[in-house]
Structures are given as structure tokens and as C-alpha cells.
Design a protein around this ligand. Structure first.
Ligand SMILES: Cc1cc2nc3c(=O)[nH]c(=O)nc-3n(C[C@H](O)[C@H](O)[C@H](O)COP(=O)(O)OP(=O)(O)OC[C@H]3O[C@@H](n4cnc5c(N)ncnc54)[C@H](O)[C@@H]3O)c2cc1C
Length: 368
């Protein structure tokens, strides 16, 4: 049996390992005891769900035949398809998959909102706010799910209609493919009375006096500051200048036998769980093509998708690939789709809802 080593048991790594279980000898290297459904962190912050809804033991989301190494990779050697872990062990495969997601640096002492540890304090503040000024947004660079800061601001404004909710967007103009999404979000913000600062690049954060200042000298006061910071890979020796690991954008191949999947690769598509899922399926197919040969090769076309809450009972849907994009809604269907996915996510990790997911995605493709 061919050996597959997967570094990172998040969304992409878990799905790939489960879909290939039994067909290859699989080792997943993942340090965390719990797998987190990251889109659910927004529901958690706003108080809609508890921790139990968005986390599951790592062992329980991996099929039994998969070997889980509870350790952190400290070195990756693509030439050998090998990984060294923090305890000095070496793991080598016929295939190597890097699915380590994005890491964040602490910039201006800002806290991130990518892990449960980070968001517990944010949830506490959002549920018991000590002031009315919320400032939500991001620093320049590639962030996880660019819709998340908007979604959080919509939900907070709906929860506290009297609050002053401000959204900080570093870009003056969105990239062309994100224009439909940006227009839809800006329209909703304006309807809700949310102030949007476009082209606001944070240059200073004064945590004591509670204000931020842009590179152009504009000052915005806050009581509650929720600012996302850009992602990069901690394996900097493998990264290109984007901070992420380069791949062929159609095949997700970094080097012979080495695939890089999900947030950690440099594909020009927003970093979303949906993109990670679709990329994982392409890689699984193409590995099976090589070892079983009973299918044709597939290409990843850049598809990413994100349902975004714009209120309670109201949601939007953003869809794009490498060539085109569309923003749909707001309607109640997208809200309920996203809510339902909080439960379906766990089944999506072993491909068991693909019978529903595939026709759904195909019908969305037809609309757009
Ligand atoms: C607040 C928030 C809201 C979001 N909302 C949405 C949404 O609405 N829709 C959507 O589609 N996406 C959303 N996303 C993005 C989505 O969660 C990510 O795109 C998705 O999880 C990426 O999957 P991944 O497998 O690439 O990385 P991850 O799921 O982050 O998994 C990476 C794994 O690698 C492990 N790892 C890291 N370093 C090492 C190492 N050195 N050794 C071993 N293992 C390592 C980590 O522990 C982690 O388990 C959101 C994200 C956040 C934070």
C-alpha cells in the first residue's frame, strides 16, 4: 500500500484522509486534541451556539484506520516527501500533503479570531459590552474568509441597534472578482447604519486610550476592537512572497508527489472552508487516478463559496471561481443553509453528505 503523510488535520487534511482511508496507509500529523469548525466561531462570538457545537475530538473525526500523530511538524522536506515533528520523529510518504492552514502574527498587539482560545474573550465582550463603539475589520494582506468581519459587524449591529459599528477595510477598491460581494456588503452596511472606512490601513493601535489611527492620520475610537490579521505559513522556507506555499493553481501540486491544500497554498481564491473542501476533492481524485487509474484527472477551477449571515433569519451567498463571481441575497434560505451547515460540517469531513452537497453546488453553479 502506498503511504500518505498529511500535515494538518483541519478542514482539508481531515477530508482528504477520510476519503482516502483504506486505499492508502495514512498518517495525519495534527497537534490539536480538538477539531474546530471555524466558521462557527462567528456564531459562538455572537452567543448563538456554545463550544460543544463547534468542536469535536480530533480522533473522532478521523476514520479508525488513519494513524493520528498528535504532534506539530517543525520541518517539511518536500524533496523527500518527509516531515519532522517537534519530538524529532521523521515521517515519509509516497505522497505528502501540506494542509496546515494559515498562521497569524500578533501585529499591534491585536488578538486574532481563529481559535477558541482567542475568541472566548471576544465573546465575553460582545455578550456584555462595556461601551457602544465597535470597530471591526482587518489589516492589509490575505485574511481567512474576507466575509467574516462583515458578517460579525452585521450580527453585532442587529444585536445592538444603538451601537456604533464601524468596519475597517484596508483596500480602497476590492479586487475585480470581489466587487459583487463588496457592493452587496456595503449596501447592507449602509441600510443598517454601519459606517465603513475604505482604504483605512491601521498604523497605530492605542489599547489604553482606545483608538486606532490610519496611515493617513484618521483616528477612530473604539470600546471593542476586533481586527483580523493576515495569514502566512510558519514554514517560511517554503513560502513565496505572499507568505503562502506556491502550487500549480489547477492541480495544487507543489513538487512531485507533494500537494498543498486549503488556506496554506497561494491559489488566488479567498481562503474559505468551501475552497479547502473542493481542493481536497480534486487532490483525492488525482491521487486515486494515479494509484487506481479508473477515472480521469480533475482540475481545481478556483471555486469558493460562502454563506454570510446578514441578520437573524437573513443571509447572503457569495460564490466565485478563478474567472467570475456572484453575490446573491439577502434571503432567508442562505441564512438557514449556513445554520444547518454547523451540524452538517462534521458529516462533510468524511464525504458522507456529498450526495446532497454535490447537487446543491451544481445547482448554485447553474444560477451563477
Ligand atoms: C472566524 C472565521 C469565520 C470563517 N467563516 C467561513 C465561512 O463562513 N465559510 C467558509 O467557507 N470558510 C470560513 N472560514 C474559513 C475556513 O474556516 C478556513 O478556510 C478552513 O478552515 C481552511 O481549512 P484548512 O484545512 O486549509 O485549514 P484549517 O482548517 O485551519 O486546518 C489547519 C490545521 O493544520 C494544523 N497545523 C497547523 N500547523 C501545523 C503544524 N506545524 N504541524 C501539524 N499541524 C499543523 C492546525 O492545528 C489545523 O488543525 C472562516 C474562518 C474563520 C477564522
Amino acid at each position: 500500500m502506498k503511504r500518505l503523510v498529511i500535515v494538518g488535520g483541519g478542514n482539508a487534511g481531515t477530508l482528504i484522509s477520510n476519503l482516502l482511508a483504506g486505499k492508502l496507509d495514512i498518517t495525519v500529523i495534527e497537534p490539536n486534541e480538538y477539531h474546530i469548525y471555524q466558521p462557527g466561531l462567528v456564531d459562538y462570538i455572537i452567543g448563538d451556539v456554545g463550544e460543544d457545537k463547534i468542536k469535536m475530538p480530533t480522533r473522532s473525526v478521523l476514520k479508525q484506520s488513519i494513524k493520528w500523530v498528535k504532534s506539530k511538524a517543525t520541518k517539511i522536506i518536500p524533496e523527500d516527501r518527509a516531515v519532522i515533528t517537534e519530538d524529532g520523529q521523521r515521517y515519509e510518504g509516497d505522497y505528502l500533503i501540506i494542509a496546515t492552514g494559515g498562521q497569524n502574527k500578533s501585529i499591534f498587539n491585536l488578538r486574532g479570531y481563529h481559535t477558541l482560545d482567542e475568541v472566548r474573550a471576544i465573546r465575553e465582550e460582545v455578550l456584555n459590552p462595556k461601551g457602544k463603539n465597535f470597530v471591526i475589520g482587518s489589516l492589509p494582506g490575505i485574511i481567512k474568509c474576507p466575509a467574516a468581519p462583515w458578517e460579525l459587524s452585521f450580527l453585532i449591529k442587529r444585536k445592538y441597534p444603538d451601537a456604533n459599528v464601524n468596519v475597517i477595510i484596508p483596500a480602497k477598491q476590492p479586487p475585480p472578482l470581489q466587487v459583487p460581494m463588496s457592493n452587496m456588503f456595503n449596501k447592507k452596511a449602509s441600510e443598517l447604519g454601519i459606517k465603513v472606512y475604505k482604504g483605512f490601513v491601521i498604523n497605530e493601535v492605542n489599547h489604553n486610550e482606545r483608538y486606532i489611527v490610519s496611515t493617513e492620520g484618521e483616528k477612530v475610537k473604539f470600546d471593542h476592537l476586533i481586527i483580523d490579521t493576515p495569514i502566512f505559513t510558519s514554514f517560511t522556507e517554503l513560502a513565496d512572497k505572499s507568505g503562502l506555499i506556491p502550487v500549480d493553481k489547477d492541480t495544487l501540486i507543489h513538487k512531485d508527489g507533494v500537494f498543498v491544500v486549503g488556506d496554506v497554498n497561494n491559489t488566488p481564491t479567498p481562503k474559505t472552508g468551501a475552497a479547502a473542501h473542493f481542493q481536497a476533492e480534486v487532490v483525492v481524485n488525482n491521487i486515486l487516478y494515479e494509484i487506481e487509474g479508473n477515472r480521469s484527472k480533475e482540475k481545481y477551477d478556483g471555486t469558493a463559496m460562502c454563506a454570510v449571515y446578514s441578520g437573524i433569519g437573513e443571509g447572503m451567498l457569495v460564490w466565485l471561481n478563478y474567472e467570475k463571481s456572484k453575490a446573491l441575497g439577502p434571503i432567508s434560505l442562505y441564512y438557514h443553509m449556513k445554520k444547518m451547515f454547523t451540524n452538517l460540517y462534521w458529516a462533510s469531513l468524511n464525504g458522507s453528505i456529498d450526495v446532497v452537497l454535490r447537487p446543491m453546488v451544481a445547482s448554485i453553479r447553474k444560477i451563477v
